[in-house]
Design a binder for this molecule. Structure first.
Ligand code: GLU
Length: 507
């Protein structure tokens, strides 16, 4: 049986947007499900849009998410090179074959000449303003010029491109697993450039040739490529490969949170959420946070992304990567645009944090703590998890909420200090601190007893005392169970924190 082969084919033109990661994920899931191969191909033939560092960024992003290619630059494989810029000669060869067989032609027009033609047509109020079978006869190309004239232009070293000769009056049929049957009349299609004047192929040419040579069986990509597919189908036809075309699935657009228009790279800054998987350094040196830096677990991000354009048809929302591999069906990919709901992304992340083991969370907590120059023991990490795992939306929250246990830099919540704290209670708390100090057996039970007595004697309510104690320990009135917090502090630190707070409140 034919081996299943899927490719993720990004262009290294900048940071990979979250839609690109979704494309990678769907390709990966199907490849794994069908026992196939997942390939990374770098489509870097547009030198004007090439951004140094972008390829490395793509690979680091895939590594972070665990979507590891079986073949690709740096991953090995028998169908390389996997960078299109290194395959230039191959495409030119194929394009020349098309010219010889009358399916493509050389064109020598300058940008100005093409512009002039468009102006001319526009003046005639024609609705077809493109380089196509209506206009090619009046342009400077190997169809309109004599063979001698063409040779002459070659000898003079005039720059040329190779264009696809789109047939007149036909319909190109595409079968797409998401959209169903789609057809394009050839009058809508221009004579696409296949080889540019620098000898590099265009996206269309390189994409089709590589899908063929790399034996790609399924093409899963964003909806924006659907209209290009018509040109691709013509290329398959002209090369005589029409019966072995890959199967096409075009994924729905990812929409802005309000559902009005496509989510763009700039929307992250506007809406205040990440749109890149990992941080990206911009030209001005500034870093833009990705989901990783924001505190997402890769498992949670993948689960969220899987649902942007697909659903299992059941109520189940939580899927591990192996479950997605099993359950993913391209028949369940939806046609309608998928709204990017950041609250839903956060919901997935907190779910994954809550259900993670301390071992899974350890690397996140440890690396946050190391930034504050604190080395934690395994025991301390377990205690952080039991206190804060259920109260964290981002992995970074685990440390930011618990660091008071390990550092003395406590910032007392201003709102609390100004509106809730009553200085007249200082003497009572001094007494409380003394009682805690005298406790031989420092347990939750004995602390509870001490607090009960304290509240009764001073006619204070838990709603007042508990937030106050939380502020004394951690700076903030919110937090987990007060006894769990006090036990995590330990007697010495607890007493010390109450003393410090009272000294400051008194000053
Ligand atoms: N290089 C294209 C991109 O950047 C690939 C489209 C495709 O998968 O054919 O998205």
């Amino acid at each position: 049986m034919k081996q299943v082969r899927l490719r993720f084919a990004p262009s290294p033109t900048g940071a990979l947007h979250i839609g690109g990661i979704r494309t990678a994920l769907y390709n990966y899931l199907l490849a794994r499900q069908l026992g196939g191969v997942f390939i990374l191909r770098i489509e870097d033939t547009d030198q004007t849009r090439y951004v140094p560092g972008a390829e490395d960024y793509i690979i680091r992003s895939l590594n972070w998410l665990g979507l590891i290619p079986d073949e690709g630059p740096g991953f090995g494989g028998e169908y390389g090179p996997y960078r299109q810029s290194e395959r230039k000669a191959i495409y030119l060869d194929y394009a020349k074959q098309l010219v010889e067989r009358g399916f493509a032609y050389y064109a020598f027009d300058t940008a100005e000449e093409i512009e002039a033609m468009k102006q001319r047509l526009a003046k005639q109020e024609s609705d077809v303003v493109k380089y196509d079978y209506n206009t090619r006869a009046e342009m400077k190309n190997s169809l309109s010029l004599s063979p001698d004239e063409v040779q002459n232009l070659f000898h003079q070293g005039i720059a040329y491109v190779i264009r696809l000769k789109v047939p007149e009056g036909e319909t190109v049929e595409i079968h797409d697993t998401v959209r169903g049957h789609v057809s394009f009349a050839t009058q809508e299609l221009d004579d696409k450039v296949l080889i540019k004047s620098d000898g590099m192929p265009t996206y269309h040419m390189a994409n089709v040739i590589d899908d063929r040579l790399m034996k790609i069986t399924h093409v899963i990509r964003g909806e924006e490529w659907l209209s290009s597919t018509a040109h691709h189908v013509l290329l398959y036809r002209y090369f005589g490969w029409e019966n072995e075309m890959p199967e096409f699935s075009h994924l729905p657009l990812i929409l802005k949170p309000e559902g009005n228009g496509k989510l763009s790279k700039r929307d992250g800054a506007q809406f205040g959420f990440p749109v890149f998987p990992i941080s990206w350094q911009m030209e001005n040196g500034e870093y833009i946070h990705g989901f990783r830096e924001e505190g997402f677990m890769p498992e949670a991000l993948l689960n969220f992304l899987a649902f942007l354009g697909w659903n299992p048809g059941t109520e189940q929302e939580i899927f591990s990567l192996p479950e997605l591999i099993n359950e993913f069906k391209k028949e369940n990919i939806v046609k309608a645009g998928a709204r990017f709901d950041y609250d839903k992304a956060k919901w997935f992340n907190s779910h994954y944090i809550q259900h993670a083991t301390a071992d899974q969370l350890k690397p996140y907590i440890r690396s946050s703590a190391e930034k504050d120059l604190i080395n934690l023991t395994d025991e301390q990490i377990t205690s952080i998890c039991s206190l804060y795992q259920t109260r964290s939306t981002y992995v970074n929250d685990l440390w930011s909420q618990s660091k008071y246990l390990f550092t003395d830099q406590i910032q007392y919540n201003e709102d609390f200090m100004n509106k809730k704290w009553k200085p007249e209670h200082i003497p009572a708390y001094v007494e409380l601190e003394g009682e805690i100090q005298m406790l031989d057996d420092f347990t939750a039970q004995s602390l509870e007893q001490v607090l009960q007595n304290f509240m009764q004697k001073n006619k204070l309510k838990p709603g007042e005392v508990l937030p106050s104690l939380r502020v004394m320990m951690s700076g903030t009135p919110m937090g987990p169970d007060i006894y769990a917090m006090m036990m995590a502090c330990g007697k010495e630190l607890l007493v010390n924190r109450i003393q410090r707070f009272l000294a400051k409140a008194n000053s």
